[in-house]
Design a protein around this ligand. Structure first.
Ligand code: PLP
Length: 444
């Protein structure tokens, strides 16, 4: 498997060796680690991308789910091109920024005020700071396997074992300020009844890692009630679900309004950026004309690239498209077809595992657990596929021109076509056969 992958990717192989001497770890984000080496991409358009060796890929990573419109969508390219000659950073407000904020507020029930930031990670750092400042408490509740970027506050509980940080370098008080819970309302209620220092609950409203570990039915509604009863801020991290699950994210779909929402990725049409959107009483802490507990403003926040003109122009165009809901419908339909056909292939080849997902995502579980009650399969189960199995699975598909987002899943975009889906299904079956032949995938 590895030889055939490498022989068609000699330039990537060479560059990946060079990268190790220039870039820390040879990669620019941990997610880009791959075996036997990462591929180097030279261009992308629509549903496809091409590597430096000329190999073509149907892309289900889509900029780590930031490109619901596909690569280089004409409207985004035009928006950026028409703006770039007017200056790229003014360090000042723009009229367009207000237009962008207005679009967000129209779509997101929780958005009374918006503050733009540089990324999804920054959005969560700021949302947590606002919640802590507002409540005058220090701890947050988060959930096993949920991902909120690489900021200090949310780096306990991402991977198994969930009571441990995923990194060294966190001060003990930061580690102690994360209370990691299973997605179980009773458990959360019990924590809140004992610990009076909880400022906020933060979660991915899709369930951990864009739905890799779904949450129980009515969990969001339950959390809303629990937060109200216990006077705790509810934060929805809609960095992935925002605009993708529906124009108004999961909150509009489920009718649950959090106090704060974090958005990024599709918010900017795939350019750098993000925002916190939320209730004015919380967001007012960012107002330098207002005093809060002896400080003006109560919460400090800056950022050179916040709402930069290019991300703003691209974001406005993207949101104008997203608000119609059509691109989401198309991407959802295509992901549904993939899920259905992958499932059939699993059955045919007697693979131990199952295919699942919602919205425009697909997830693949490899292992002995059954699908019957997905939510009783906890984060340990669904995120517990051995790493080598995951990397082999990714490599087998990648060597045939299908690239996943992370782990064993991917996302569709409105740029994917029926042809892409047909081709992917055929490639998927070839990969499964190869993995079986090499004893790299569990069987029933
Ligand atoms: N929150 C979620 C749910 C994410 O999936 C991500 C990134 O994948 C982040 C936050 C961090 O966003 P960024 O990579 O823009 O910092």
């Amino acid at each position: 498997m590895e030889d055939s992958f490498s022989s068609h990717r000699q330039k990537s192989k060479f560059l990946s060796e060079k990268a190790k001497t220039l870039i820390a770890g040879g990669i620019t984000s941990e997610l880009r680690y791959a075996l036997p080496f990462p591929i180097f991409i030279s261009k992308a358009k629509g549903s496809r991308k091409w590597d430096v060796d000329g190999n073509e890929y149907i892309d289900y990573s889509m900029g780590s789910a930031a490109l619901l419109l596909g690569h280089s969508h004409d409207a985004i390219v035009d928006a950026v091109n028409s703006k770039i000659g007017d200056g790229t950073l003014y360090s000042a407000l723009t009229e367009q920024e207000l237009e962008w904020a207005e679009l967000i507020s129209d779509m997101y029930p929780s958005s009374e005020r918006v503050r733009f930031v540089g990324s999804g990670t920054e959005a969560n750092i700021l949302a947590i700071r606002i919640a802590r400042a507002f409540k005058g408490r220090s701890k947050i509740i988060r959930f096993e396997g949920h991902f909120h970027g690489w900021g200090d506050d949310t780096n306990v509980g991402i991977k198994f074992p969930f009571d441990k940080p995923v990194t060294h370098g966190l001060p003990p008080n930061v580690v102690d300020s994360s209370v990691v819970c299973p997605a179980d309302l009773k458990y959360v209620e019990e924590v809140l009844s004992k610990d009076k220092d909880i400022a906020a609950i933060i979660l991915e409203p899709s369930g951990a890692s864009w739905g890799t570990v779904p949450i129980p039915d009515a969990f969001l509604q339950g959390l809303r009630k629990v937060c109200d009863l216990n006077d705790v801020v509810l934060i929805f991290d809609e960095v992935i679900t925002g605009f993708r699950w529906s124009p108004g994210g999961v909150q509009a779909l489920e009718g649950v309004t959090p106090d704060l929402t974090t958005l990024a990725k599709n918010l900017t049409g795939g350019l750098p950026g993000g925002c916190v959107a939320g209730k004015s009483e919380l967001m007012d802490l960012l107002d330098p004309s207002k005093e809060f507990k002896g400080l003006q403003a109560g919460v400090f926040h800056r950022g050179t690239f916040n709402a930069n003109p290019l991300s703003t122009a691209s974001g406005i165009v993207a949101l104008e498209i997203f608000k119609l809901g059509e691109v989401q419908q198309k991407a959802d339909l295509l992901a549904g077809k993939l899920r259905q056909n992958f499932s059939q292939i699993f059955k045919k080849h007697e693979i131990a595992g199952f295919v699942y997902g919602e919205s425009s995502t697909f997830h693949i579980y490899l292992g002995s657990h059954k699908k019957d009650d997905l939510t009783s399969l906890n984060a340990h189960g669904l995120k517990g596929i051995p790493q080598n199995q995951v990397l082999d699975f990714q490599m087998s598909l990648r060597s045939r021109g299908v690239d996943l987002l992370s782990y064993t899943g991917g996302v569709t975009s409105s740029a994917h076509t029926e042809d892409d889906i047909e081709r992917t299904i055929s490639v998927f079956e070839d990969s499964i056969v190869e993995l079986i032949e090499n004893d790299k995938i569990p069987r029933l």
